[in-house]
Design a protein around this ligand. Structure first.
Ligand code: B1M
Length: 210
């Protein structure tokens, strides 16, 4: 429908004033928040993800698109309610202990939000015990770990083992990503999945929480 296409286009072009305006107009017209999310925002970010993957959009444009998405999300978020009913599920994301790189993690978080997930961002330099604590507190079924340094990659294994060692968190799935990682490395540390980029991370999260 044209009204959703306009919203998706405003995300793709990174127009945060327009995305906010259109979202507000749709809310005022009585359109359900979840419909605005699923039919306007998610398809818009979907295009952004695909273009980013195909090198047709670059990091600054993706961040600007994400800002436009956030502007519209701010309008509809209170209407989506506190529960996960309208969400695809909750994911805790964080950069592991010793690592301060967060640009990739933030992109992954924004794309996951655009993909309909509730994202709890634990931040950077997060020790294994903190991930366990966050999982227990938020009762999530999926954790996304990011690492950009070869020296911090092994911390991902510590997180996976700490989650497995606690009966309350043993069933939680872990997905990993970051420039130095490979599928082979992810398999070797017992991660349930590896995504090379933010848009693949959304597909992976959908698969892992299906
Ligand atoms: Co640092 N740094 N850095 N750095 N830095 C790298 C990573 C490095 C490759 C540069 C180099 O030497 N060529 C190198 C690592 C070498 C190695 O380990 N082999 C390096 C180093 C050495 C360091 C320091 C040690 C430097 C020093 O102090 N001597 C230091 C470490 C600090 C620390 O973390 N403890 C350091 C510091 C920094 C800055 C603070 C200056 C800054 C970070 C700012 C910030 O993040 N807020 C920084 C930056 C910017 C970089 C480079 C230039 C860019 C990283 C980036 O943001 N890329 C980087 C060189 C490079 O990669 N070209 C470098 C863009 C981002 C969108 O990509 O993070 O890969 P990326 O995320 C992608 C995917 O990997 C994936 O999706 C994202 C989007 O497609 N992805 C996931 C990421 N996480 C995912 C999680 C998932 C799924 C997918 O699931 C959960």
């Amino acid at each position: 429908m044209a009204k959703y296409q306009d919203l998706a286009d405003s995300i793709i072009s990174g127009d945060n004033v327009k995305s906010k305006e259109i979202a507000q107009k749709l809310v005022d017209e009585g359109v359900e928040a979840v419909e605005i999310l699923n039919d306007g925002l998610v398809p818009g970010m979907d295009v952004v993800g695909k273009k980013f993957k195909a090198n047709e959009m670059y990091i600054p444009e993706v961040l600007i698109a994400a800002r436009a998405m956030h502007a519209a999300m701010d309008i509809i978020k209170p209407l989506l309610g506190e529960s996960d009913a309208a969400s695809r599920g909750s994911v805790i994301i964080g950069t592991v202990q010793g690592d301060l790189h967060d640009i990739g993690k933030n992109l992954v978080g924004m794309m996951l939000e655009g993909g309909g997930f509730t994202v709890i961002d634990a931040g950077v330099d997060i020790p294994a015990e903190k991930f366990v604590e966050e999982v227990k507190k938020n009762k999530v079924k999926l954790v996304g770990l990011s690492a950009l340094l070869t020296t911090t990659m092994p911390v991902m294994k510590d997180v996976i083992e700490a989650l497995k060692a606690d009966s309350d968190t043993a069933d939680v799935k872990v997905m990993v990503g970051g420039a130095p990682l490979t599928q082979e490395y992810a398999d070797s540390i017992g991660a349930k999945g590896y995504a090379p980029d933010a848009s693949s991370a959304v597909d992976l999260a959908k698969e892992l929480l299906a």
